[in-house]
Ligand binder design. Structure first.
Ligand code: GTP
Ligand code: MG
Length: 147
């Protein structure tokens, strides 16, 4: 199963949306395989968003990501971005996390890998291999066909 990296950004944590966001993925049926809370350093945030280093909002974005606790997760899921919604919450559909819970692009409460390759890089950056757990979920046979 494909794996993806998801982080609840400092705005999501401060607004008391940790459980709300986790429950959206949990209710969908995406299996949680790693989770922790941490305050990333500015250097760490710059590493995470390195592909955006030439964008005008890069400094503000990295300062923001490192401004408080972040909840980092790894999940088994192929379609996580659909649940998250568009980068700009004003363009996110209602029913998505950003569409329902966020208002502006610089405070969009959650980050999600944009594809399998970035997911691998992000998982390697945020988690050590021993922080990941492998287990069989008994719900899987009710969520996926052919199990
Ligand atoms: P992440 O899941 O956080 O990576 O967002 P994304 O993949 O939907 O968007 P992208 O990687 O292009 O941008 C990373 C983050 O930068 C976004 O989640 C926004 O918080 C922020 N960002 C992107 N575009 C803008 C912008 O035009 N202005 C501001 N202020 N922030 C932006
Ligand atoms: Mg991105």
């Amino acid at each position: 199963m494909e794996r993806t990296f998801i982080a609840i950004k400092p705005d999501g944590v401060q607004r008391g949306l940790i459980a709300e966001i986790i429950s959206r993925f949990e209710h969908k049926g995406f299996k949680l395989v790693a989770i922790k809370i941490l305050v990333p350093s500015k250097e760490f945030a710059q590493k995470h968003y390195h592909d955006l280093k030439d964008r005008p909002f890069f400094n503000g974005l990295c300062a923001f990501l490192s401004s408080g606790p972040v909840v980092a997760m790894e999940r088994e899921s192929k379609y996580g971005r659909k649940l998250i919604g568009a980068t700009d919450p004003q363009k996110s559909e209602p029913g998505t996390i950003r569409g329902d819970l966020a208002v502006v692009v610089g405070r969009n409460i959650i980050q999600g890998s944009d594809g399998p390759e970035t997911a691998k890089d992000e998982i390697n950056l945020w988690f050590k291999p021993q922080e990941l757990v492998s287990y069989k979920s008994n719900a899987e046979k009710w969520i996926y066909e052919g199990n």
